[in-house]
Write a protein that binds this ligand. Sequence first.
Ligand SMILES: Nc1ncnc2c1ncn2[C@@H]1O[C@H](COP(=O)(O)OP(=O)(O)OP(=O)(O)O)[C@@H](O)[C@H]1O
Ligand SMILES: [Mg+2]
Length: 324
Amino acid sequence: MSKTLLSVSDLRTWFHTDQGVGRAVDGVSFEVRAGETLGIVGESGCGKTVTSLSILRLLPEPPARIEPGSSIVFDGEELLGATQERMRALRGNEISMIFQEPMSSLNPVYTVGSQITEALRLHRKMDRVEARTEAIRLLGEVGIPDADRRVDEYPHQLSGGMRQRVMIAIALSCEPRLLIADEPTTALDVTIQAQILELLADLRARHGMAVLLITHDLGVVAEVCDRVVVMYAGQVVETGTVDEIFARPVHPYTRGLLASLPAVERRGQRLESIPGTVPNSTDWPEGCRFAERCSEVEDACAVQQPLVQLGNTSRVARCWRADP
Ligand SMILES: Nc1ncnc2c1ncn2[C@@H]1O[C@H](COP(=O)(O)OP(=O)(O)OP(=O)(O)O)[C@@H](O)[C@H]1O
Ligand SMILES: [Mg+2]
């Protein structure tokens, strides 16, 4: 088993606002091993983005506060004690992030080339000529045709898929050991989505970097991830390898997510989706947080089940019905 690159334990990121305390991330633990792709999946509002922004310490504090007892260790270093200066260095050199909407992360008034060369000059100390050559190479590597011409174009001249490729090129420019991709394909149409996922898998294989892929879509997880963490209402409800989760989902929430995937044999039929919605993070239900939406709810669910280990594997689930 490869070594642990990132270890998140008992992470609690709460928002302290006039409307109350939003426990957006509420005791989350998982690890990312060197070179693997870990998926974090869950519906909107489950705390996926807050988790990833906590790792990079990109949340406004206040209102956000990473509560005492939380720990985020990257390659042996506790990040929650790190200075802002140290975090900036890590963000530029070791950990990169790509976001859902590439247009809002690219600066519209600069060419894509100048945005990549800026990163290269800052983080890899290249001179102008070297940086331009490397920018063109990176654009080619992420699958942009005519890279030597495209390098001088502005973001609005590119399609959505191309812009996401540029974002990936910028993220790769520092040769990170961990790439955090938060819904990198949600804004794209299905064909382009598949191409971007393929690109991510390909780059991961070639560069040996670890990827933390955040998505609400288990179909995306199936395509590119090794392991998956299922989040619900600010907590982890199940983890396992992708094969295990697809073959034997234990938590009713995971099963609900799987049932809402379009399967070839069910094409044309109505997809089952989980009734109800994720509650607001200021008022998570007492007991099992999923109980009010769960078709298998029983009396025991009034008290929350801690995560239980299933067999002697690294699989865990948070449900009274889970059989250790
Ligand atoms: N700046 C903020 N102030 C207060 N609450 C916030 C803030 N940012 C996020 N939250 C709350 O944190 C919770 C989790 O949000 P988060 O963005 O992590 O969800 P998500 O799982 O990424 O959802 P999505 O799939 O929609 O991106 C939500 O209830 C949200 O309202
Ligand atoms: Mg999000």
